[in-house]
Design a protein around this ligand. Structure first.
Ligand code: FES
Length: 652
């Protein structure tokens, strides 16, 4: 039976009406009406952030877990958990805006072209000018054979393959160029497997002779759970000409990989997620190309890094097995694909090389990261951490590599924290608290009024509240502290970082006991991850010579404060290096150098994956790390010294 659903929205005076059958989810009905309702938990009914108000009509709420009795009485319902049973009228409250984050100063990396880069030796795409002998009554060779013959002259390629689509256009292109054409081919097969496969793949054919020094475009892409970064690279010079980044369009369907996998398992969910990430990448490619007066069709090669879930969702491969025991992927080493099959709006024949991963939760973002961090060739024992929505950790050197992943959750990206937000305009990124008055000062990204607190701000805030005695070792708020900023709130004790009068929303920005618990769990998972890795190979953490922190989040955290909360091990500052987005840097290296590309495959093969969920010692290490900075304060001598300096007593 069909029902009429009428949606009203705050900034749209005209209601939108759609017809849907009984038992349609409100979220699906809204989607049909062209209204986007964010579903940060992937529609599992866990986050409560898809609430809408039923003004009239009959609905059935399957779950109201995150709604108060008061909210339900006012008609609120979770769009992901509520189905229609008759004609209904729905009010959609203002949605959280996911601002499109194009490249800002915070995401532009300094990149230098690899020393001695040689376009014709190092990367796999060649642009070749061909002057063909025109056909005649004496030479009735077919066009395709004629092209291949011209190709073989002076080249060491034996076979050339080409798509049906190029074959269909070939005759016209040859004649339009009066038998002078420029071909673009991918020679990866010749470089990587010189004995058994001698074929090159025709990617593009243009009429006329294109200037051989004009740019030939390639792209290196990192698909992060939160942010997608794209670098547009001139393969001739090796230079990164444009860097762009924006939020992964999938965020509206889940903030972490598990939520995305859950959403993908719903009918049409996988395709929705695939189209969303494709739309993000295609938009980035278009934006980047515009800046250099190129067209996305001019991009002839793409290398892509990303975690295993992102890779599966991009390729439309069901990702369900990633989250279910025994946690296997469908594919760790995807074959090189053509852009048209992947759905990228670049040259349809462009080679799309999705870099290899290791396991369900250690993907190509980490193998690419290891390459760009140099860990796999390091002499000394090195720890590599990628702190993002997930925490991935690699320990090792040029002899051995062990890795694990811990579900830190997205708390450090601002999710699961009431006033948390991503590191964008208006986020408090650093906090200092006066130990006597408990008054804070803070720095806001972009200046202006604060809207919330981002990951680096949360780390800073945890550390400052701990070192001033506002929080105790277990994360309890000291309600006896003599400050109006410390108070009992809706979620237990809380500390007011910014009063409503100074905040953009007009409401107090606070950190509550529940927020602290979420942050403690996130940092404990990461700390426990690397301690278990070190224990597995039988080395003390003190023997780690270098700690390399990847992920764009890692670039902005303050080492001292991250150590003070027990997120990073207590080692001298000079042993830490913050590398930014190592994933996209690794994809760039693989794009420009086929040997580096092989090195990534080698890294993936060399890494021994430790499954933490099967490791009892992880739980113990995690529980011990659920404190500020740790149950065992002797592991953090610099923190003990800082506390003693401030005369704060903490049980050791
Ligand atoms: S509760 Fe509906 S999306 Fe999270």
């Amino acid at each position: 039976m069909q029902h009429t659903i009428t949606f009203t929205q705050p900034d749209s005076p005209t209601p939108i009406v759609v017809q849907v059958p009984t038992n349609t989810l409100l979220a699906d009905a809204a989607h049909l009406a062209g209204i986007e309702i964010g579903q940060p938990c992937g529609g599992q009914g866990r986050c409560g952030r898809c609430a809408v108000q039923v003004l009239e009509g009959s609905v059935r709420r399957r779950s109201t877990l995150r709604l108060s009795t008061e909210a339900i009485e006012q008609g609120f319902a979770l769009a992901c958990q509520t189905v229609v049973e008759g004609d209904v009228s729905i009010y959609i409250p203002p949605q959280e805006k996911i601002e499109r984050k194009l490249t800002t100063d915070r995401v532009v990396a300094e990149v230098t072209v690899p020393e001695g880069y040689e376009y014709l030796n190092d990367q796999t795409v060649r642009r070749i000018q061909l002057e063909l002998t025109p056909p005649s009554m004496d030479d009735q060779t077919d066009d395709w054979s004629r092209l291949q013959t011209a190709f073989r002259l002076g080249q060491r390629f034996e076979h050339m393959t080409c798509s049906l689509s190029l074959l269909q256009r070939m005759g016209d292109i040859l004649r339009a160029g009066e038998w002078n054409v420029t071909a673009v081919v991918d020679v990866a097969n010749i470089l990587e497997d010189s004995e058994s496969n001698r074929s090159v793949r025709l990617i593009d054919l243009q009429p006329g002779l294109v200037d051989e020094y004009s740019p030939l475009w390639g792209t290196a892409i990192d698909i992060g759970t939160t942010t997608v970064s794209l670098w547009l690279v001139d393969l001739v010079t090796g230079q990164v000409r444009v860097q762009v980044a924006e939020y992964n369009g999938q965020i509206a369907r889940g903030e972490d990989v598990i939520s995305r996998i859950m959403y993908a398992s719903k009918s049409g969910g996988g395709d929705d997620l695939r189209q969303r990430v494709l739309a993000t990448i295609n938009h980035l490619a278009e934006t980047a190309c515009k800046r250099v007066n190129a067209k996305p069709e001019n991009i002839v090669k793409a290398t892509i890094a990303g975690n295993s879930t992102m890779m599966h969702l991009l390729l439309g491969i069901p990702a369900g097995s990633i989250r279910l025991s025994p946690f296997v992927t469908v594919v760790n080493h995807p074959p090189v694909l053509a852009a048209r099959d992947v759905g990228l709006n670049i040259n349809p024949e462009a080679s799309v090389d999705c870099l290899p991963g290791v396991a369900s939760y250690v993907g190509a973002d980490i193998t690419a990261g290891v390459l760009s961090s140099g860990l796999d060739v390091a002499e000394d024992i090195t720890l590599f951490l990628d702190v993002g929505t997930n925490g991935e950790i690699v320990l090792g050197n040029h002899d051995w590599l062990v890795t694990c992943a811990c579900s830190a959750g997205p708390a450090f990206e601002g999710a699961g924290v009431v006033n948390g937000m991503r590191a964008t305009q208006g986020a408090i990124e650093e906090v200092w608290i006066n130990g006597e008055t408990f008054e804070p000062t803070y720095r806001v990204i972009g200046g202006g009024k604060p809207k919330g607190i981002c990951g680096s701000g949360l780390i800073s805030l945890l550390s400052e509240t701990f070192l001033t005695g506002i929080l105790d070792k277990a994360g309890n708020v000291n309600l006896m502290a003599s400050s109006s900023r410390v108070r009992e709130g809706a979620h237990g004790g809380e500390y007011v970082v910014a009063w409503g009068a100074e905040a953009e929303s007009g409401e107090d920005i606070v950190i509550s006991r529940v927020d602290v618990d979420n942050l403690l769990r996130a940092k404990a998972a990461i700390y426990a991850g690397f301690t278990v890795l070190a224990d597995t190979v039988g080395i003390p953490l003190e023997s780690v010579s270098k700690v390399l922190v990847g992920g764009s989040f890692g670039k902005y955290i303050n080492v001292e404060k991250a150590v003070q909360i027990g997120l990073l091990p207590d080692l001298p500052w000079e042993q830490f290096d913050f590398l930014g987005n190592t994933s996209v840097k690794g994809a760039y290296s693989a794009l420009l150098d086929w040997r580096k590309r092989e090195q990534i495959t080698d890294i993936a093969k060399r890494m021994t994956y430790i499954e933490l969920s099967a490791d009892n010692s992880f739980y113990d290490a995690f529980t011990s790390a659920l404190f500020l900075p740790h149950t065992d304060l002797y592991k953090f001598p610099s923190v003990v010294a800082a506390l003693e300096e401030k005369s704060i007593h903490v049980d050791k």
